[in-house]
Design a protein around this ligand. Structure first.
Ligand code: TXA
Ligand code: MG
Length: 338
């Protein structure tokens, strides 16, 4: 049942003020960030947090990222901030890096999914920053998709998922990064990557040793504890069966030829396009382009009714690891090595 007549707004100062008023009244709004669109609500208000979980159909134990617009907000919500966190903030904020830190009581357990830590980031999007600073409080914002669907990288994606469930969405154009932020935690003297993103292992290891959590590249089993609860859920699945094919183009073509059925589509690099004999989409050439286009292509595969999809495997370094990590989840960890 539709509860709201969802308004798709431009990014004028009036739209921003209108959304600030809604958020301060406990509503939740679709907003652009540099990574993906977020579903933003007052991080300190359990009633608003409840609305976020309801609208997304999100499992209650999956914690939300809290977004801030200035460093003093970090000190209001985290009770211990190691020096390395300040160093990383200096170098990567505003930007697509989320740091998990021990939380203060001001952050309700509903926001942290029952954990005593909170994921915090300062987004690099002027609309998001304006909204947070005008609300004068930190905003919780998960990706603004229905839980399990690909994250939204345009306002239209948000509208398609959440029409009728939220009062408004601000359209800030397509997201620059296209995959969600890098999520890290700290232990001893190391940085642990819980979810890869645009800020890569290579970027972070200039400041401290980096550990890539097991959950990044491997399936977490039912009885295992996930350090980042979001990693244990099936994600980004289009309705089609997705397979990641790790191999050269000739081997890729042969594999698809041998397995081709009606409803088979490939997703390949732009440079492969003229060399592919099958119905296909492309998702750019560089890892940055793959990241920017991935979620839009996963949604397009649903629109065109794909039944089986073979993806050419992205590179696994830099932001490529983030693309690979999201594809693994879309594919239910089905990688075919040729
Ligand atoms: O780029 C992003 O991070 C986007 C934009 C909107 O900012 N947000 C986003 O939120 O991706 P969400 O809720 O879709 O993903 C949050 C991820 C989940 O995997 C969650 O488990 C992890 O961050 N996370 C949040 N708080 C955590 C915590 N306290 N400990 C461990 N993992 C945490
Ligand atoms: Mg998400």
């Amino acid at each position: 049942m539709a509860l709201y007549n969802t308004r798709l707004l431009g990014n004028s100062e009036e739209s921003i003020s209108y959304c600030v008023e809604l958020i301060n009244n406990g509503e939740v709004i679709g907003i652009p960030t540099e990574t993906v669109y977020g579903l933003a609500g007052d991080a300190l208000n359990p009633a608003a947090i409840y609305k976020i979980f309801e609208a997304k159909g999100r499992p209650q134990d999956n914690p939300l990222i809290v977004h801030i617009s200035k460093m003093s907000m970090l000190e209001e919500i985290a009770c211990y901030i190691p020096d390395i966190a300040y160093t990383l903030a200096d170098n990567f904020w505003p930007g697509p890096l989320t740091m998990v830190l021990p939380k203060k009581d001001i952050i309700p357990l509903q926001t942290s999914g029952g954990l005593d830590t909170v994921g915090i980031r300062m987004p690099a999007n002027s609309i998001a920053l304006k909204i947070i600073s005008q609300c004068k409080k930190p905003l919780a914002a998960p990706s603004a998709n229905i839980s399990g669907a690909p994250s939204p990288t345009t306002a239209k994606h948000v509208y398609n998922d959440l029409n009728g469930k939220i009062p408004a969405i601000i359209d800030g154009g397509a997201c620059m990064v296209g995959v969600e932020s890098t999520v890290i935690s700290f232990e001893d003297n190391s940085i642990r990557i819980l979810r890869p993103g645009m800020i890569s292992e290579e970027d972070l290891k200039k400041y401290a040793p980096v550990i890539i959590d097991k959950g990044v590249n491997e399936k977490i089993h039912e009885n295992e504890k996930a350090l980042s609860p979001g990693m244990k859920y099936k994600h980004y699945s289009p309705k089609a069966e997705v397979y990641v094919i790790d191999g050269e183009l000739v081997a890729f073509n042969n594999y698809v030829r041998n397995n081709f059925e009606e409803g088979t589509f490939c997703v390949v690099f732009d440079k492969d396009s003229s060399l592919i004999d099958f119905p296909h989409l492309t998702y750019g050439n560089s890892s940055e382009e793959n990241a920017r286009q991935l979620f839009d292509k996963l949604r397009e595969l649903d629109d065109i009714g794909a039944k089986t999809v073979y993806f050419r495997c992205p590179l696994k370094d830099g932001v490529g690891l983030a693309v690979y990590n999201r594809l693994l989840r879309a594919a239910g960890f089905e990688v075919i090595k040729l």
